[in-house]
Design a protein around this ligand. Structure first.
Ligand SMILES: C[S@@+](CC[C@H](N)C(=O)[O-])C[C@H]1O[C@@H](n2cnc3c(N)ncnc32)[C@H](O)[C@@H]1O
Length: 308
């Protein structure tokens, strides 16, 4: 337990600059899920200054939890932490417990000078994926003057980064209307010009005509869920997306393909692109150092492919 507490204290006090974070940038402070910390695979801790979000993926032992809560509120960095929320993700509806302060009415995650609106306590996910930091950085470097397609856009964090970096146009598509609405807010709070940013609340599998109409694209982001009942199952549906990519891409176009399923490995992703053909692998985008994994095949996998 001391390991977690030390990480929180040094993270909140801004001692993680070697990872490229500035003081109030959002970041993972403790990633037990990568199995690098014995018997702590059930907990993750995120810092959305001034809120500390502790997520449990399995019920902690009662004695451990009681002692952990006491130590959390008494931390050295306590004055910087205004709110401490515990989210019990192993329970139906992922309920939140307030340990200190309250759930703020409005809270933004900060990263690289941009803001991203968070929704704490209502959904399983808060609206911003910290493990995508290096992917956002990659897109920022690619985006100037480019036409971007952001598939499975969720709250459009990739779009915000691309728009701020000077993309010519961006098409965001996600079937979740609420997520897209937060996506629009995310562009507003960063004062971004959205005249060439499109938000389509559609099922991607029923919208290829529309997607094609706005193309061809210089860069396509594919970041689906691993499994979402009735809408996406990576095992059988990812190939359907990859099949469509060649006709949607401009010459020399790039695809950033993400895969989040612990059961499916890098080879699964590579085989999809091999099977469709006409692509060469350009690089792997690693997860941030704050997401250590014993087995890299189990964490987030991101590979960039170029159309040949
Ligand atoms: C992993 S999240 C995407 C995260 C996002 N790229 C980011 O970086 O914040 C997956 C998203 O896929 C969407 N989704 C799942 N199946 C879909 C489908 N068939 N068509 C459109 N969107 C879908 C969900 O609504 C969800 O927002």
């Amino acid at each position: 337990m001391q390991n977690i507490l030390d990480r929180i204290t040094s993270g909140v006090n801004g001692h993680q600059d070697e990872n490229g974070y500035v003081n109030d940038d959002a970041r993972r402070l403790f990633h037990g899920r990568g199995h690098c910390f014995d018997q702590l695979e059930f907990v993750t801790i995120d810092w959305f200054s001034p809120l500390l979000l502790v997520s449990f993926f399995k019920a902690p032992k009662e004695v451990w939890l009681d002692s952990f809560k006491q130590k959390l509120v008494a931390l050295n960095a306590a004055e910087k932490i205004e709110n401490i929320i515990l989210q019990h993700r192993y329970l139906q509806g992922s309920p939140c417990e307030i340990l200190k302060g309250a759930v703020p009415d409005t809270l933004n995650a900060h990263e690289g000078g941009l803001d991203f609106r968070l929704t704490i306590g209502k959904n399983q996910n808060v609206g911003f994926f910290l493990d995508m930091k290096n992917c956002r950085q990659w897109l920022k470097e690619q985006a100037p003057g480019k036409k971007i397609l952001n598939l499975f856009s969720y709250t459009c964090a990739f779009s915000v980064v691309a728009a701020s970096a000077g993309a010519t146009s961006i098409v965001n598509m996600d079937m979740a209307k609420g997520a897209l609405s937060t996506g629009k807010t995310n562009h507003e709070i960063n004062d971004l010009d959205t005249r060439s940013v499109f938000f389509f609340a559609h099922d991607i599998f029923k919208s290829w005509g529309k997607i094609r109409k706005y193309g061809p694209y210089d860069c396509i982001v594919v970041d689906p869920p691993s499994f979402q009942r009735g809408s996406f199952d990576a095992r059988k549906d990812y190939i359907k997306i990859v099949n469509k990519l060649p006709e949607l891409l401009a010459t020399d176009g790039l695809v950033m393909a993400c895969l989040n399923s612990p059961e499916l490995d890098f080879d699964f992703l590579r085989e999809l692109f091999d099977r469709v053909g006409g692509f060469e692998e350009q690089r792997v985008i690693p997860v941030p150092d704050s997401f250590p994994e014993v087995d890299k095949n189990k964490g987030l996998k991101t590979v960039v492919f170029k159309k040949t």
